[in-house]
Design a protein around this ligand. Sequence first.
Ligand code: ADP
Length: 441
Amino acid sequence: MIKRLMIANRGEIAVRIARTCKELGIETVAVYSTADRDALHVKLADQAVCIGPAKSALSYLSVGALITTAVRTGCDAVHPGVGFLSENADFAREVKKAGLVWIGPDPDVIDLLGDKVVARDTAVKYGLPITPGSPGPISTKEAAIEVAKKCGYPVIIKAASGGGGKGMRIVWKDEDLEENLKIASREAEANFADGTVFIEKYLQNPRHVELQVIADGKGGVAIMGERDCSVQRNHQKLIEESPSPGVTPEMRARMASGAKNLFGSLKYCGAGTIEFLVAGSDFFFMEVNARIQVEHPVSEFVTGTDLIREQILVCSGEPMSIDPDSVGLRGWSIEARINALSPGKVTRLEVPGGPGVRFDSFLYAGATVSPHYDSMVGKLIVWDSDRPKALARLLRALDELVVEGVKVNVASQRKIIAHEAFRSGDFGTGLYARLEKELQL
Ligand code: ADP
């Protein structure tokens, strides 16, 4: 078993990982940039090492500094968290080369799933439906027009190495293809150092549904229910829930069987998510995220499992503590992401409590929200026995949350959750855009 683990991340996910490690009796080494000297993840870890300046490229993305730190502090494992280097196969390889346990799937598996074009081929190979689209990367206007003709407009140009909703362009007619190809490719190159783009049919107002997976690297795959992440702003998730109000038991079973096949065949190890777009009773594979995800707590609530613990167990060669064939799902869980609308110093914080309420965050009174990093500062997650009760609980908990000194999006989250369109459960990824004006979000 692992004795000391380096958390190659910051913010709420670093805090989250430190907590589980403490419970497992694993010592933690935090890394931080000069901007994060007083951050909560630094305080919660057993040791902390400054790895560079505020700029992520020189600190949290510095493979050299991270590997040196892990080795020097005598760690035997590295947890990459989410974002930053969490899906970087080269970093995973360096971790392994240094003789350390990588809390994630094999680097070759990351390579296979990290490129969306390759991942689409892989999904087809294992019998999963994909959205109609280009069979491979697209670089010329002529090829793009041909694909668009086949799928019908609108189409979406996407970055093969994309993530976080970046590098996507929706196109409605032939004349706009060429320019948008160029823009998407440039954006992809700037953000992911890979200008490769491809084209898919753009589904209008689908649901975003994803399955949480824990796999043991030997073919054992536990499906930990699904999450609905259809409330998105500019393709970025804002509210997530489990189960999905739009998935029938029959669809759930079909998705799970495809996912089991894919993860099992790849001998996938660790936590992973398979994402689908759902239109009516049809679903289409979108991508696999080969890491833990921000929205994992809703799955923890409905399955009664600590997913970070399971992830650490399987990646260190221990058996998972779940029986893959009898994962029980209980009640309803909803998460509201809390985003900072400006950087600054938190002057006051009041955290909601009571039954079925969880607040995962790096905030405390006196904490700094740095302009250098992601604007998400926390997640408010609730559980109750059914969706109406969970909704009431989330509204109550949002009302209790007080953050002063830094503006946060609590008011707009509250408006969405209280709105009939969300309460009805009958919505797709177009919900936010539809409510934006009406609710002045
Ligand atoms: P990222 O890796 O940047 O998160 P994804 O491929 O996961 O990108 O897509 C993010 C979101 O973009 C989806 O949840 C969905 O809202 C939208 N999207 C992506 N592809 C399509 C598509 N073919 N049709 C409609 N919406 C799409």
